[in-house]
Design a protein around this ligand. Structure first.
Ligand code: THU
Length: 139
């Protein structure tokens, strides 16, 4: 992330899109914002389904929106989530979402941020959250 303002803006985007979460089963709402190499920002929320496995995490919704609009290089990703309208704890991306991030970034430089608010957040690289990973360079 280039600067603090950009970080705060991305966190605000994640907190805002979280309000769109469709999570009637878990009641756990998650918002995600993605900053791409081309400067564009995409957002996503979790979308559940009565047939549980058909639902999708906020991270994959945001990443798939980016990729489907031609932004295939991710620079930073922010995740914020919690139960029933609250964000009390840091919400870490699930293993499947980490692997999807891996497809569209350099894991040494992708910044993954888990946020409770614009003032309280933690910053990682994808490599820290998904070490020794299997990536698209293999093919
Ligand atoms: N969820 C996300 O969207 N992202 C995460 O990082 C963790 C979990 C969603 C999936 C499901 O809709 C709900 O949160 C409870 O697991």
């Amino acid at each position: 992330m280039e600067n603090k303002n950009q970080m705060e803006h991305l966190i605000e985007c994640a907190l805002e899109v979280r309000k769109q979460a469709y999570a009637p089963y878990s009641k756990f709402q998650v918002g995600c914002s993605v900053l791409c190499e081309d400067g564009r920002i995409f957002t996503g929320c979790n979308i559940e389904n009565v047939s549980y496995p058909a639902g999708l995490c906020a991270e994959r919704v945001a990443i798939f929106k980016a990729v489907s609009e031609g932004a295939k290089k991710l620079k930073s990703i922010v995740v914020a989530g919690g139960k029933e309208g609250q964000v009390r704890d840091f919400c870490y991306p699930c293993g499947m979402c980490r692997q999807v991030m891996r497809e569209f970034c350099d894991p040494k430089t992708l910044t993954v941020v888990v946020a409770k608010s614009t003032r309280e957040y933690k910053v990682y690289t994808l490599d820290q959250l998904l070490p020794e990973s299997f990536g698209p360079e293999t093919f």
